[in-house]
Design a protein around this ligand. Structure first.
Ligand SMILES: [Zn+2]
Length: 230
């Protein structure tokens, strides 16, 4: 990750080297800024270009932030829809002792003694975390199996809430996945797994990294787009 200062604002960006002739800038809905640069670009020239387009980059980021704010706030009441593995399920809050969550048909059925928003949210969040851990481990196993000839060690997996990322990893071989990813289709979850697994071998976003990612997931760009369009 590279950085430039624009007035009082710090702009973080990642560089993706390609065989195109000119520099390009992409700002993604999660706030990620990616500079597409020709292979022979000098860091100095890249930073200059980012600084030149800084006001546009900031505007794009604000635009995406506003969209997020406009998303309907969740009320955690019956009838509201919540996602799991890319599908929408309708919430049904029923009176009951147990405080349990069940998925049945197209419904999330939550039994609770109270309809208090905070309580219902806590119950549903707990359910998501439990299922996220299980599903992510399952997908990690499957993706790892495909890549085992790369001589990477099986990573530890942990959940971590990150406002701008679906996943990250440490040089020691630990993978962090955003529990929110459990709301996305398996197709997109695998994309994040493969991305992080590739980082265990190549820690940056160099052309070699993208080559490795493409080797194991030729359609990764499509999966990434789908994930970002959510
Ligand atoms: Zn990465």
């Amino acid at each position: 990750m590279e950085t430039i200062e624009y007035g009082t604002i710090t702009i973080d960006f990642e560089i993706k080297y390609t065989d195109r002739k000119t520099l390009g800038i992409n700002v993604y809905p999660d706030g990620l800024v990616i500079i597409i640069a020709p292979y022979n670009s000098e860091m100095e020239a890249i930073k200059k270009k980012v600084l030149k387009r800084a006001s546009w980059i900031v505007k794009q980021k604000d635009y995406f932030n506003n969209i997020k704010r406009l998303e309907a706030p969740r009320e955690y009441v019956s009838g509201e829809t919540h996602k799991y593995l890319g599908r929408s399920y309708r919430l049904k809050v029923e009176f009951g002792e147990a405080g349990e969550v069940k998925m049945k048909g197209g419904f999330f059925i939550i039994k609770s003694k109270t309809k208090e928003r905070k309580k219902i949210k806590a119950l549903l969040d707990k359910w998501y975390i439990k299922h996220a851990l299980k599903k992510f481990r399952e997908r990690l196993d499957i993706c790892f199996e495909e890549m085992k000839h790369e001589n990477i060690e099986y990573p530890k997996l942990e959940l971590r809430r990150m406002p701008k990322r679906w996943g990250s990893c440490t040089p020691e071989g630990k993978i962090f996945i955003n529990p929110e990813l459990i709301k996305a289709p398996v197709y997109c979850i695998d994309y994040v797994m493969v991305h992080e697994l590739c980082h265990l071998k190549i820690h940056n976003h160099s052309p070699a990294f993208y080559d490795l990612k493409t080797k194991y997931m030729p359609d990764w760009e499509e999966r990434k787009r789908l994930l970002e369009a959510r």
